[in-house]
Design a protein around this ligand. Structure first.
Ligand SMILES: [Zn+2]
Length: 171
């Protein structure tokens, strides 16, 4: 499976595939990107962790930010799989290289896509609506969404080949 196939995989929710595709190519309008386009940004800090002197970049938001770390740690604990590298594209490359069944790769890529989608949404709510979404809320939403997606595919041949993997996630 190629990286693009992992992003656009059928287990991911369509709206999440799109955000993941943009994030992977560093095309979401993060503050560093706005600046590079000569768009005025009043406050460069990341609104999710409030840490001073941090410039909000794609890598900060989805990999380094303590908010992202909390979401990721909870998902690693749930899935028992840890693949996140220093950037999203490399993480997808790592998933691609794993000797996993196709469906397992799709599920893990979908978890990553859901994480990126919900962190981006939490960032936008905080930035523009001043509403704080708790990381625990994101984690339970992601788990619920992924389990629902697995349930949709569980009688397919590809899912049957790695039943031991996803059955643990659905319990
Ligand atoms: Zn942050």
């Amino acid at each position: 499976m190629e990286v693009a196939e992992l992003v656009w995989n059928s287990v991911s929710l369509p709206r999440q595939r799109f955000i993941m595709w943009l994030a992977m190519q560093n095309k979401l309008l993060t503050k560093d990107r706005l600046l590079s386009m000569n768009i005025q940004v009043d406050d460069m800090n990341c609104c999710l962790c409030q840490a001073a002197v941090l410039v909000e970049t794609n890598t900060h938001l989805f990999v380094e930010c303590e908010y992202a770390v909390k979401v990721r740690d909870a998902l690693v604990q749930w899935s028992k799989i840890s693949v996140l590298a220093r950037d999203l594209k490399i993480t997808l490359e790592l998933i691609k290289l794993k000797h996993w069944r196709r469906f397992k790769k799709q599920v893990i890529a979908a978890v990553l896509g859901a994480m990126v989608y919900h962190i981006w949404k939490a960032r936008n709510w905080k930035q523009f609506k001043k509403v704080q979404i708790q990381h625990t809320e994101i984690v339970s939403t992601i788990i619920r969404e992924i389990v629902e997606r697995i349930e949709m595919y569980k009688y397919t041949k590809k899912a049957n080949r790695c039943r031991n993997f996803w059955q643990k996630l659905c319990n």
